[in-house]
Ligand binder design. Structure first.
Ligand code: UDP
Ligand code: MG
Length: 316
């Protein structure tokens, strides 16, 4: 069989060589497996591309794609999946947080007939706030969207060719891979591994980015937020009607004395806030439609191991 390992890299010059050595060591025992490692340089501003050229020159099993700028991990993973040619594809981070020694186990499970082998990490050693945030995120998402997401199960997984083609058949612009991987289904198995801290460089995830990511997850899978907006609106209308009936009855039975200044202010502000929220939800979806209709490519390629573009150095 042929195995592709896809590695998105953004400013990982300190890690790629070490990762490559670790991958090589891990697959050494898989003598009957033909390996290719597809690195995707996601517009790094450090020496990542130079390191990748060097790896590719030294090792024919290395392929790389360098994107024209930083398109984000989702796009980089997509680029890697599109270039990977293996019967099975493993996606892993460059920072050694995804332990390569798991590869033989994952391949063994693939050979047992699984189409998705998810490597799930525990959260030992994570910062408490981050752990709490992730826990709540998964609670919320699993209650909210149609697909089940597993806490600790990230993008580190093996996909069979069947699963890869299924993922590639989804051309959507807003890609939320965790959701897509779960959405496609197929025979799935989970292997657990201990939490690994980043070996070098630093994580690109600020809290703000994580928050946006969580938001994407909640909005990109169905239109339930819109549904909720409608229900909320109906509920408030009902309250307003009942309250109005009560005020009118009051005024008719007790004469015309309707002190309602506070009520009016509160309801104006309250309704204003709710309307803004609902408009915001609608706006989010329209924004997504806007991006989808532009049909822009997810990424642009600057250089690969066999494509030298203007200004690029000869890779080999
Ligand atoms: N990454 C990428 N493009 C980006 C950000 C990250 O390709 O814009 C890669 C990064 O090089 C790493 C992986 O995605 O291989 C995970 O990134 P990171 O370690 O920053 O995330 P964390 O492990 O903290 O979730
Ligand atoms: Mg990391």
């Amino acid at each position: 069989m042929r195995l592709s390992v896809v590695v998105p890299c953004f400013n990982e010059e300190a890690s790629v060589e070490r990762l490559h050595a670790a991958v090589n060591a891990a697959v050494a025992e898989l003598t009957d497996v033909e390996i290719e490692v597809v690195y995707v340089d996601d517009g790094s501003s450090d020496g990542t591309l130079v390191a990748l050229r060097r790896l590719a020159a030294a090792d024919p099993r290395v392929r790389y794609t360098s994107l024209s700028r930083n398109f984000g991990k989702e796009a980089a993973m997509l680029a890697g999946l599109e270039r990977a040619t293996g019967d099975a594809v493993v996606i892993m981070d460059a920072d050694l947080q995804h332990p390569p020694w798991l590869l033989p186990d994952m391949v063994a499970l693939y050979r047992q007939g699984f189409d998705q082998v998810i490597a799930r990490r525990d959260r030992r050693g994570d910062r408490f706030v981050r752990m709490l945030a992730s826990r709540s995120f998964y609670r919320l998402v699993n209650w909210w969207i149609d697909v089940r997401l597993l806490d600790g199960a990230g993008d580190f997984r093996l996909l069979s060719r069947l699963a890869v083609d299924a993922v590639l058949a989804m051309p959507e612009y807003n890609r939320f891979s965790k959701g897509l991987f779960s959405w496609i289904g197929f025979r799935t198995v989970v292997v657990a591994h201990g939490n690994q801290t980043r070996q070098a460089g630093r994580s690109r995830w600020t809290f703000g980015k994580l928050f946006n990511y969580a938001f994407d997850g909640l909005l990109s899978f169905n239109n339930r937020p819109l549904r909720l907006a409608i229900y909320g609106g109906l509920f408030l209308t009902l309250i307003a009607v009942v309250y109005m009936a009560w005020v009118v009855a009051d005024a008719v039975s007790k004469g015309i004395d309707v002190p309602g200044y506070t009520t009016i202010i509160v309801s104006v502000i309250g309704l204003g806030g709710i309307q803004m929220t609902i408009l915001g939800v609608i706006g989010e979806y329209i924004g997504r439609i806007y991006y989808e209709t532009k049909r822009r490519p997810h990424y642009l390629v600057q250089e690969t191991e066999d494509l030298v573009t203007q200004g690029g150095e000869a890779p080999r």
